[in-house]
Design a binder for this molecule. Structure first.
Ligand code: G3P
Ligand code: CA
Length: 258
């Protein structure tokens, strides 16, 4: 069991809408991001790729096949071609006409209202630099955490923008992973949610990392991550996590003053 002293208060715990409120609206669309904000989330996660004409677009997969009515790799298409696709119909009739957003559009739309967790996807070497440049140009550098599964993207971040916060998404935790995460200067380690236990959280905190989980497939796992003392998670159903955190009782003597 997690020690009661490890309780995260609702305002400190990172409740991050994963690809927006993606249980209820098509992932990585304005509809999903808007819905997450309407639910009360103030952290959005999204995935960025580069188009062949060098625009940053928000989509998860390397191809458009699963989440649009098109086919083929994102990286081989122009922005105009991608934005002609329907990115909502696959999810439901109510979302017909949704488009693949650009990162610039999202930075403009949510400026001053959210913290973004931008996952560097794709396999283009200059994607991290271009993402940083765009974030800085929009004055959002203080409101973004950059994450990736890809070691090379995080190495590029370390060299290009060492002051900006990064988190490494990992499928396992080992001594080698910890050593690499330190070398990368990551502030967060982001383990698969099913790995998150009180012992793991204590270990990663002792190493100096914030612990932010991913892969929260259901509510029991959501609760497990919270009770383990983690610092946050991405979740497709932010409404349920918000309600759970709001309903938790602070330990005696630790009630909030406001
Ligand atoms: O929280 C990060 C999470 O988004 C990683 O997995 O596949 O959804 O990008 P994925
Ligand atoms: Ca992601």
């Amino acid at each position: 069991m997690a020690s009661r002293t490890q309780l995260q208060s609702p305002q400190d715990f990172l409740i991050i809408a994963h690809r927006g409120a993606s249980s209820y609206a098509p992932e990585n669309t304005i509809a999903a991001f808007d819905l997450a904000l309407q639910m009360g989330a103030s952290h959005l996660e999204l995935d960025v790729h580069l188009t062949c004409d060098d625009y940053l677009v928000i989509i998860h997969d390397d191809t458009v096949n699963r989440t649009t009515n098109g086919t083929g790799p994102v990286a081989s298409q122009t922005l105009a071609a991608l934005q002609a696709l329907d990115a909502g119909a696959w999810f439901g009739e109510a979302f017909v006409g949704a488009r693949i957003p650009t990162l610039a559009e999202v930075l403009t739309r949510y400026h001053g209202r959210v913290h973004l967790h931008i996952e560097l996807k794709g396999h283009t070497a200059h994607l991290p630099q271009q993402t940083v440049d765009l974030v800085r140009a929009h004055g959002m550098a203080q409101h973004v955490t950059f994450t990736s599964f890809q070691h090379t993207h995080l190495q590029t971040m370390r060299a290009y923008a060492p002051a900006l916060p990064t988190g490494w998404l990992v499928g396992e935790i080992s001594a080698a992973v910890l050593a690499q995460a330190h070398a990368l200067g990551c502030v967060q380690l982001c383990p698969r949610a099913s790995l998150v236990t009180p012992g793991l959280v204590q270990h990663l905190h002792a190493e100096g990392f914030r612990v932010r989980a991913w892969g929260v497939a259901h509510e029991a796992l959501m609760r497990q991550v919270v009770e383990a003392g983690a610092d946050g998670m991405t979740v497709n159903f932010p409404d349920k996590l918000l309600a759970y955190m709001a309903g938790r009782v602070s330990p005696p003597g630790e009630e909030r003053q406001s």
